[in-house]
Design a protein around this ligand. Structure first.
Ligand SMILES: *Cc1c(COP(=O)(O)O)cnc(C)c1O
Length: 418
């Protein structure tokens, strides 16, 4: 059963009737579901255990959606966090995620961010360059700490995903090559106040074909063995995709399938060759939160230019960027079910041609004031938004398990920007 579907011609998101919410709150807004978020986290976490993975730690990728209330829900479920800035670190800690479950990724950590993370004693710095390691070691020395280091490996694999969200190849800024990882271990001066405790890979996002994931885990295992260091964990990254488009539903890897693949490759390439039993760390973002959110908009007006029918809505690319920057597909569903009669370009008010949520999309005839939902917008939605065109940021709402609606982020008035 899908979490977003029609019942008696009304669009319902995990038991919440959207038209009633849209009557109460001014559009555009994001609506999240505690139920779906919880289900997604538990399916992932339970799946890792069911596949027999050792002491799995799920570190939610905060950048996909750092909303405080959502992170609090995940913290209560036992989630850790994958962070990429001191802002995300503070948000994770504030929401109740303990430092010992936090890994710090990113190629551009500043000295200030590193100092704060050292003070909090996070689980691991996922280091992306040798120069970064030098700085961490230096700062750890100054603060009389021992930094826990994990190298993010560049496994040199090419996943089948959009080129802008692929990260595991030589031309990408992410990760360190095998040779540089192994060479650094010989340089004792890098390790006076740091200790290698893990190795990680993250090859890209919205992965639906798991072959590259398997290859990356093989490379991770081989290089972990070559370090000759008793690592505490192997971090297999995030990136598992969701079915944004109906065509993707057939090929969508199930969590059990993904976990079994991780287990199989670790078994074959690591555990079978050593007595070491490092735990497995995951960094999922999209798979946990994409389907836990929708974006609700109102139609402003129709505009017909010969064969082109533009449906102009009040949400824009500043609120939700994925279609504009990746050409990403997202489902569009009117809040009242009706049969499709027109092919529309669904566009926002922003002065950019790319401010377009869909081209030539079959839709019912809609008029000013009708509500329309952009589906699967819980990940990389609000967190990527901007104030472009001096627009205030939209409202965020949470439908709690007890059906209560909670404002989890007030809309920003444009006046606040003036
Ligand atoms: C973005 C990111 C993730 C999460 O990716 P998803 O596709 O949302 O699962 C995990 N790890 C790192 C290092 C990232 O940069």
């Amino acid at each position: 059963m899908k979490d977003l579907s029609y019942k008696n011609k009304k669009l319902v998101f995990s038991k919440t009737d959207i038209s009633s919410v849209a009557k109460k709150f001014k559009t555009p807004f994001f609506l999240y579901s505690e139920e779906v978020l919880t289900k997604n986290y538990e399916t992932f976490s339970d799946g890792a255990k069911a596949a027999g993975l050792i002491d799995p730690l799920v570190c939610f990728a905060m950048k996909s959606n750092p909303n405080r209330e959502l992170v609090k829900i995940l913290a209560k479920l036992g989630s850790g966090a994958d962070i990429v800035s001191v802002g995300e670190l503070k948000r994770a800690l504030g929401a109740g995620i303990p430092a010992k479950k936090i890994v710090f990724s990113g190629v551009g950590k500043t000295a200030e961010e590193i100092k704060f993370a050292l003070k909090k004693e996070i689980y691991s710095f996922n280091v992306e360059s040798i120069e970064e390691l030098e700085l961490i070691n230096h700062l750890a020395k100054k603060s009389k700490k021992k930094a826990r280091i994990c190298f993010r490996l560049n496994p040199v694999v090419k996943p089948k995903t959009h080129k802008f969200i692929s990260t595991g190849n030589k031309t990408h800024k992410f990760g360190i090559l095998e040779k540089d990882v192994l060479d650094s271990l010989k340089n004792k001066s890098l390790w006076t106040h740091s200790r290698l405790v893990g190795l990680s890979v993250h090859i890209g996002s919205q992965l639906l074909d798991l072959r590259a994931t398997g290859q990356a885990i093989k490379r991770l295992s081989e290089i972990a063995l070559k370090t000759n260091i008793p690592l505490e964990f192997l971090d297999v990254g995030g990136g598992l995709g969701v079915d944004y488009h109906p065509d993707e539903s057939k090929s969508l890897p199930q969590i059990s399938e993904y976990m079994n693949l991780v287990h199989k490759h670790l078994q074959q390439h690591f555990y079978s060759k050593t007595d070491l039993r490092p735990r497995v760390v995951f960094e999922p973002g999209r798979r946990i939160v994409a389907k836990a959110g929708i974006f609700v908009m109102s139609v402003l007006r129709n505009k017909v230019s010969e064969n082109n029918h533009f449906l102009i809505v009040d949400g824009g690319m500043n609120d939700f960027m994925r279609p504009a920057i990746y050409g990403a597909y997202h489902g569009l569903m009117p809040v009242k079910e009706a049969k499709n009669e027109v092919r529309c370009h669904v566009v926002g008010p922003i002065c950019e041609t790319t401010d377009c949520f869909a081209s030539d999309r079959p839709l019912p005839k809609l008029k000013a004031g009708d509500h329309l939902v952009l589906a699967d917008t819980g990940a990389y939605g609000y967190s990527m938004g901007s104030n472009y065109n001096l627009r205030g940021r939209p409202l965020e709402l949470l439908a709690k398990k007890n059906k209560e609606l909670k404002v989890v982020n007030k809309p920003q008035k444009y006046e606040e920007l003036l």
